[in-house]
Design a protein around this ligand. Structure first.
Ligand code: SPV
Ligand code: MG
Length: 303
C-alpha cells in the first residue's frame, strides 16, 4: 500500500498531515537534510535492515545552511524564501515524505505571516524559527560571532501572529531556542521555552554546539517536567555520540541530521576534481565515481 502511494506521489495535504501523525506514532521521528531533488531521492528511498528491523528516514529538513552553501552564499538569510522554494519544489516533485522548513529568524513578523501561508500551500509540515535578531549567523559559530537574542515578548508575538495566520490545523510552528548558542544558561532557554509554548508554539527545538550534550539533556529533562507532550526537536551535530534511543530517553521526539548530505558530497566532489587536475585525465577518478550505467538508471524514466 505504502509503495503504491509512493509510486503515484502525494498531495500537499496528505504530506503536510504526516508529520503530526509520525510524532504520535513513533518514539523518534528521524529527519535528514535535503538541498536538491537528488538528495530528496536518497532520503525517500534509502532503507536498511538492522537486526531484522527495517530503518528509513521519516522526513526531510530544508536547511538554511545547506541551501545557502549550495548557492555559494553565507548562511545569513541572504537567500530569500522565493529562491529557496525553487529548490524545495524540486524536492516536492520527487518525494512524498514530510518536510520541516528552516525559517531562520522568520524575518519581520509582518513578513512571517506570509511565509507561513506559502509553506502551508506547498504542503510543508512545519517551520522552525529561531529567537535571534539582527544579522543572523549560523548557530554552530556559537559565541565566536555576535548572536543577539530576541526579547521574549517580541518572539512570542511572532509565534502567535504566525499561528493566527495559518489556514490548516496541521501546520506546526516550532520555536527554536538559541540561548545556549548565545552563551546563556539552560535556565534562560527554559524560561523562553515556557513562554513560547504559552504563545502557541507547537514544539520547541533546543540547539547547542557543546559536545558533551549535558546542557541539552538538562533542558530536555526539565522541560518534560512541565510539558509531557509538546514535541522536543534536537539537532545533534556536535553531540552525535548519543543514539536516537538515548535522545528519546531524554524526552526528544524529532532528531534532525541537519547538514550531512551536503557535508558528504563536498569532499567526494573535491577529491574527484583534484584527481583529474593531478592526472590531467579522468581515468584515475573512475574509481571515485558512480559508473555511467548506474547514473543513467538512477532516475526512473531516463532511458
Ligand atoms: C541549518 O541546518 O541551517 C540549521 C541547523 O539551522 S545549524 O546549522 O546547526 O544551525
Ligand atoms: Mg539554519
Amino acid at each position: 500500500m505504502n509503495a503504491q502511494i509512493k509510486e503515484i506521489g502525494t498531495t500537499p495535504e496528505i504530506r503536510q498531515k504526516m508529520l503530526r501523525r509520525l510524532i504520535t506514532a513513533k518514539p523518534i521521528v528521524r529527519i535528514m537534510e535535503s538541498h536538491s531533488g537528488l538528495t530528496g531521492l536518497i532520503i525517500e528511498h534509502t532503507k536498511v535492515e538492522v537486526n531484522g528491523k527495517k530503518e528509513e528516514f521519516d522526513g526531510i529538513w530544508s536547511s538554511s545552511l545547506t541551501d545557502s552553501t549550495c548557492k555559494g552564499k553565507p548562511d545569513i538569510e541572504a537567500v530569500d524564501l522565493t529562491t529557496r522554494l525553487q529548490d524545495l519544489t524540486n524536492i516536492l516533485e520527487c518525494t512524498t515524505k514530510p518536510i520541516i522548513y528552516d525559517g531562520d529568524t522568520g524575518g519581520l513578523t509582518e513578513h512571517f505571516v506570509f511565509t507561513v501561508r506559502t509553506l502551508e500551500r506547498n504542503g510543508i509540515s512545519a517551520v522552525i524559527i529561531e529567537d535571534k535578531v539582527g544579522l543572523k549567523k549560523n548557530s554552530l559559530f556559537g559565541t565566536e560571532v555576535r548572536q543577539t537574542l530576541a526579547t521574549i515578548p517580541d518572539f512570542c508575538e511572532k509565534i502567535s501572529k504566525g499561528k493566527q495566520a495559518q489556514v490548516t490545523k496541521e501546520f506546526m510552528i516550532i520555536a527554536r531556542l538559541e540561548s545556549l548558542i548565545a552563551g546563556f544558561p539552560v535556565s534562560n532557554a527554559l524560561e523562553r521555552a515556557f513562554a513560547y509554548v504559552k504563545a502557541g508554539a507547537d514544539g520547541v527545538m533546543i540547539h547547542s554546539k557543546e559536545k558533551s550534550g549535558n546542557d541539552i539533556k538538562e533542558f530536555c529533562l526539565k522541560f518534560r517536567i512541565e510539558y509531557k507532550d509538546i514535541p522536543i526537536i534536537l539537532v545533534p551535530t556536535t553531540y552525535n555520540q548519543f543514539t536516537e534511543d538515548e535522545l528519546h530517553e531524554w524526552g526528544a521526539n524529532i532528531i534532525i541530521y541537519a547538514n550531512h548530505m551536503l557535508r558528504a558530497s563536498y569532499p567526494a566532489m573535491f577529491k574527484v576534481a583534484t584527481t583529474i587536475l593531478e592526472n590531467e585525465r579522468s581515468k584515475e577518478a573512475d574509481a571515485l565515481c558512480m559508473p555511467i550505467k548506474q547514473i543513467l538508471e538512477l532516475v526512473p524514466g531516463t532511458k
